[in-house]
Design a binder for this molecule. Structure first.
Ligand code: CO
Length: 298
C-alpha cells in the first residue's frame, strides 16, 4: 500500500486547498520577479592609435560570435584616451562606471565584466572594486562578476608565449637571433607576473626575453643579457593587448631612446613587429574562456 492511500480523502483535499491558498496569497504579496537581462562589458585601458583599434575590433567580432544573443558593450579606463578620442574623432567612450550606470538604467540585471588587461594589477583591482558596488545598489544590477585578465595562470602565460612565437616571430628567424617582448610593467606587486613570464619564455627558447617599460625586468636588464650573449639581431614585439603608443613610440619610434635605436647603438640590428596580442586568435581564446567562467558565475 502506498503511504498517501493511508490518509483520509477529506484530509488530502483540505491540505491541497490550504496549499493553493498559501501560494496565491504569496503571489499577490510579492510581484512577479523582474525578467533577468544579461550583458557583457569589455573593459580595456584604451588606445588612440588608429592601427591598434583593429585589435579591439578583432576581440569585438570574436566575442559577438561567441555570445550572439548577449548585449555587448565597451568601456575604456583611461580618461586621457577617452578625452582625446572625443576631441579628435568625436567618439564618445564610456568609463567602466559610466557603462555600468547605463546598463543599470537600461534594466540589465546581470553583468559579466571582462578585463582585457594583461595582469591583475592596479587597474584590474580598481575595476573589480568599483564594479562590485553597482551590485549593491537597489533596483538595478543584482549580479556582477569580473573576469580575470589575460595572464592569470601559468597555462595562459605559456599559451600566449607560444602564440607569439607561432604567429609573430618571422619563420626565417635564426636560433641565435633574440626575441625581446615588451611588457608594460607596473609598480604594483602583480609585476611579479613578468618575472614568471621571463622564466617561462627562456624555458621555451633561451633567446626569448621579456623586458618591461615600467617594471622589472627592465630594458637595461635585458640589454645587459643580450650584450653578454653577443646577440647581433633582435625582434622587438609588444606583449600588450594592442600595439599602441608604447609599441609605436617607446619600442619602434625614431627617438634616440626608443628600444630599436638603443639596440642599434650597441650594434644589435632591431626588427620591430607591430602587432598587439588581441590580434591573435589563441590569445583571444583565453579572454573568452575567462569571460565564459564569469558568465557561469552570474
Ligand atoms: Co603605459
Amino acid at each position: 500500500m502506498r503511504p498517501l492511500q493511508m490518509l483520509p480523502k477529506t484530509f488530502l483535499s483540505l491540505l491541497l486547498a490550504a496549499l493553493l491558498t498559501a501560494t496565491s496569497a504569496w503571489a499577490t504579496d510579492h510581484p512577479a520577479k523582474k525578467a533577468e537581462k544579461t550583458a557583457i562589458l569589455l573593459v580595456t585601458f584604451g588606445t588612440s592609435v588608429k592601427s591598434a583599434q583593429t585589435a579591439f575590433d578583432h576581440i569585438d567580432r570574436r566575442v559577438r560570435t561567441a555570445f550572439p544573443a548577449t548585449e555587448i558593450r565597451w568601456a575604456y579606463t583611461s580618461k586621457i584616451i577617452r578625452d582625446k578620442l572625443a576631441r579628435e574623432e568625436g567618439k564618445s567612450l564610456d568609463s567602466p562606471g559610466m557603462a555600468l550606470a547605463r546598463l543599470m538604467d537600461d534594466g540589465y540585471t546581470k553583468v559579466a565584466v571582462q578585463s582585457l588587461h594583461m595582469i591583475p594589477g592596479e587597474e584590474f583591482y580598481a575595476l573589480k572594486d568599483n564594479a562590485r558596488l553597482f551590485a549593491w545598489m537597489e533596483g538595478g544590477i543584482s549580479r556582477i562578476v569580473v573576469g580575470s585578465p589575460l595572464l592569470s595562470d601559468d597555462e595562459a602565460m605559456d599559451k600566449t608565449l607560444q602564440a607569439v612565437l607561432d604567429k609573430e616571430v618571422p619563420r626565417d628567424r635564426k636560433k641565435d637571433e633574440a626575441v625581446v617582448l615588451m611588457g608594460h610593467g607596473t609598480s604594483h606587486y602583480a609585476n611579479a607576473v613578468y618575472g614568471n613570464l621571463m622564466y617561462r619564455a627562456q624555458r621555451l627558447d633561451p633567446h626569448i626575453y621579456v623586458a618591461t617599460v615600467e617594471g622589472s625586468p627592465s630594458f637595461d636588464d635585458i640589454m645587459a643579457m643580450l650584450l653578454q650573449k653577443k646577440i647581433k639581431k633582435a625582434y622587438l614585439i609588444p606583449f600588450m593587448t594592442v600595439a599602441g603608443d608604447h609599441a609605436t613610440n617607446d619600442m619602434a619610434g625614431s627617438e634616440p631612446d626608443s628600444w630599436k635605436n638603443l639596440l642599434k647603438k650597441e650594434g644589435i640590428e632591431a626588427k620591430p613587429v607591430l602587432k598587439g596580442l588581441a590580434e591573435l586568435d589563441p590569445v583571444v581564446d583565453i579572454w573568452i574562456a575567462h569571460l565564459k567562467t564569469a558568465l557561469a558565475h552570474l
